[in-house]
Design a binder for this molecule. Structure first.
Ligand code: HEM
Length: 421
């Protein structure tokens, strides 16, 4: 996808024709042009979804951060993606779709399983999973579909933490992607509605079985913690547990894999960035943060206004919807110098890829660890890499995804020692 900035003549596109809902816009990278225009000329911009729900788009970094930070004025309970602007049926029942105080009932007990400390402790096991996934493929070289391979990276990071046994790691990522982008031909099985139904059915069948097992033999994973937590004075019911399992799986699979693919693509297209990393492997942590900013896998986060608010000078009334475009915030030129440049050494990098505020991603630490390990394996095993065929992008206004990324990989002749983090 084109990730560079617009040229001056591209500002000729009238504001009125900008449609941030249209999923096909995101297959070509045209959203960057629109976001740039909106940040410059219309920081709060109204539009309707195809079924007539009005939403306000907020595109500047400071406004996106302000909306996400203010969970007293902006609710998550109605739904947090434009695809369900009419209202999410899981609203109020799953971690990402709850407001305080119930939200804390789920967030606090589960986030300890994914703290920075916990993620670092698990790093040796995760490294083994990453090696099993990419080791032989990188060592053999040749053309690899990185998008397909990276679909499996999230399970290496958090499969065990969530409570998913390795025998579901192969199939589950495709179901999760079908669930988040049923309109995309790469994951479609029939119509979008059929695809969604099949994906939900398969995921729920797996979760139901695992919940049954954990009820009998609880361990220290997300599913067991969900079963034991105090949800406003009572345990969660079966449906609430299923919905939360769904949130954790979707939260991990649909994002982490995409950052990994964008990172590999960025390096395959930028020999200077690849050379800089090979020269200085200590840049791995800053390169990981840059890949998060660069990829921004969740394009937007939706909120519903609870009380009258003013955003960038525009008054917005209770009940209205606001889409905070995280992907745009992460290209805001007032915060990030040279925002359309992928800089593995970028040091001040306050990106919003994990969101911010009460709902900030709780899977951030394991995602950072697995991306760092992937990069270390790449640097240890690969001499050079080059995009070797057409790259295709996900048809989704929510996830900034890559569906095919053929990369020609030349393995190193003598393996470099891997830095143990
Ligand atoms: C690079 C990887 C990831 C990115 C970019 C990412 C992004 C995000 C973002 C933007 C949010 C905020 C949603 C909101 O404000 O409405 C979020 C929340 C969440 N993420 Fe992640 N995520 C990543 C990895 C993971 C992983 C590995 C997990 C593991 C299970 C996970 C689980 C969650 C959960 C459960 C929430 C909801 C938290 C809450 O509402 O309190 N994410 N993520």
């Amino acid at each position: 996808m084109r990730m560079d900035g617009p040229t001056s003549d591209e500002f000729a596109e009238p504001l009125e024709t900008i449609d941030l809902y249209d999923p096909t816009r995101y297959e070509t990278g045209a959203q960057h042009r629109a976001w740039h225009r909106l940040r410059r000329d219309a920081p709060v911009w109204p539009q309707e979804t195809p079924d007539g729900h009005r939403f306000w788009s907020v595109t500047r970094y400071r406004d996106v951060a302000a909306v996400l930070m203010d969970d007293k004025s902006f609710s998550s309970a109605h739904g947090t993606i434009l695809a369900v602007a009419a209202g999410d049926s899981a609203g109020g029942r799953t971690i990402n779709l709850m407001d305080q105080p119930r939200h804390a009932d789920v967030r606090l007990p589960t986030m300890r399983l994914m703290s920075t400390h916990a993620a670092r402790q698990r790093a040796p096991q995760v490294r083994e999973h990453v090696r099993r996934l990419v080791g032989e493929r990188f060592d053999a070289g040749g053309v690899i579909d990185i998008a397909e391979l990276m679909l499996h990276l999230p399970m290496a990071a958090v499969g065990e933490t969530i409570g998913l046994p390795p025998d579901v790691w192969t199939a589950l990522p495709r179901w999760a992607m079908a669930g988040v982008a049923p309109e995309d031909p790469h994951f479609a099985e029939g119509s979008a509605a059929d695809t969604l139904k099949k994906a939900h059915h398969r995921l729920i069948a797996v979760f139901s079985e695992l919940i049954k097992e954990r009820r009998a033999r609880p361990t220290d994973d997300v599913i067991s913690v969900l079963l034991g937590l105090d949800f406003g004075g009572r345990p969660m019911d079966q449906r609430e547990i299923l919905l939360n399992c769904y949130s954790f799986v979707m939260g991990s699979v649909t994002t982490t894999a995409q950052v990994a693919s964008h990172l590999v693509q960025a390096l395959a297209e930028r020999p200077a960035a690849w050379a800089a990393l090979r020269e200085s492997p200590d840049l791995v942590p800053t390169a990981v943060e840059e890949s998060l900013r660069w990829a921004s896998p969740t394009n937007h986060l939706l909120r519903r206004v609870l009380r009258p608010v003013e955003v960038a000078g525009t008054r917005i009334e209770p009940g209205e919807l606001v889409a905070a475009w995280v992907g745009s915030a992460n290209r805001d030129e007032t915060v990030f110098p040279r925002p359309y440049e992928f800089d593995p050494a970028r040091s001040a990098n306050p990106h919003l890829a994990f969101g911010v505020g009460a709902h900030r991603c709780i899977g951030g630490p394991p995602a950072q660890v697995v991306l760092g390990l992937l990069l270390e394996e790449l640097l240890a095993r690969v001499e050079s890499l080059e995009v070797a065929g057409p790259v295709t992008h996900l048809r989704s206004n929510f996830i900034n995804g890559i569906t095919a990324l053929p990369v020609a990989v030349a393995p190193v002749r003598t393996r470099r020692p891997v830095v143990i983090s």
